[in-house]
Design a protein. Structure first.
Length: 305
């Protein structure tokens, strides 16, 4: 039966088992280690289980899980429920950032991006919800991004995938609350991890230099800026995100969204409050406008000699 207490807090009768995706590096790995130390039964997963073998020494159970493979997801969920009896928490963390100008994006790459960042987490959520409904308690934690609140040039596919997670989280939060299940969206800002290096690698031109070459180079520089200057000073470690996730799991009434770090809220203010034209003008100061240098203003016929 669904919980009727009005509180989502994890009590002794609620399963303290958590399934985390994408644990080979970064936020997923830090969260697995942190929750294991805090007494949770952690099922750490990755596409290649050899990358998370060391987590077993820290008290985690490790599983292979490929978000692009239905059978892989089913096997992982079944194993968790057989071992733990019930799954209390799903942390949808795995994902990556495909970068590139929209015109040059390979549709196969975009489909892969959505498989990993949207369709996989969505399907995994569908697979764990029946068990959570039966026990009347659960947590779905979706690790989104500030990138789900605004878009930057050369990041359209990645931003679109994170916008999708925002929409799914908002709808699901309403749909499952009556079953005692809370849905939480964690939105990291600048986090010190290998994510930036992987994202920059996707900016390689598909067929050599082209009309978007300057934009690609600037986008790569902007991504790397997460490790330099002011952004470096505001960046946090993956462990900071892990602590926020724990807070959401232990809270009786978790917030719908958690921004990490809090200072990152400043970066959300401009795109939310400024008119679109003003926001676009600000972006033109930071990114080159493709084609602008090649386009001459139309001749005014009234001035023709």
């Amino acid at each position: 039966m669904p919980s009727t207490s009005g509180s989502f807090a994890a009590r002794p009768e609620h399963p303290r088992s958590v399934l985390i995706t994408g644990c080979s590096t970064g936020i997923g790995r830090a969260t697995a280690l942190h929750l294991a130390r805090r007494g949770w039964t952690v099922f750490a997963t990755a596409r290649r289980p050899e990358t998370i073998a060391a987590l077993a020494d820290a008290g985690c159970r490790t599983l292979a899980l490929d978000l692009c493979d239905e059978d892989s997801m089913r096997v992982a969920v079944d194993e968790v429920e057989q071992v733990a009896g019930a799954l209390g928490v799903l942390v949808n963390n795995a994902g990556y950032g495909l970068q590139g100008p929209v015109e040059e994006l390979d549709l196969g790459d975009v489909r892969d991006q959505f498989e990993a960042n949207v369709f996989g987490p969505l399907r995994l959520t569908q697979l764990v919800l029946p068990g959570m409904r039966r026990q009347g308690w659960g947590r779905i934690v979706n690790v989104g991004s500030l990138a789900g609140r605004f878009s930057l040039p050369a990041g359209g596919a990645y931003h679109a995938s994170k916008y999708a997670i925002e929409a799914l989280s908002d709808a699901l939060r309403f749909e499952v609350r009556g079953f005692g299940i809370a849905v939480v969206l964690v939105e990291p800002g600048a986090i010190r991890s290998r994510w930036v290096d992987k994202a920059v690698a996707t900016l390689a031109p598909p067929t050599g230099p082209g009309p978007y070459e300057a934009l690609r180079e600037t986008a790569a520089d902007q991504l790397r800026a997460a490790h330099r200057g002011l952004l470096r000073l505001t960046a946090r470690s993956p462990e900071a995100v892990a602590r926020v996730i724990e807070r959401a799991l232990e809270s009786g009434h978790p917030a719908p969204r958690y921004v990490v770090p809090n200072v990152a809220r400043v970066f959300l203010a401009a795109p939310r409050l400024l008119p679109d034209r003003v926001w676009d003008a600000l972006l033109r100061h930071r990114y080159p406008s493709p084609g602008a240098e090649d386009v001459s203003p139309p001749e005014d016929p009234t001035c023709a000699g």
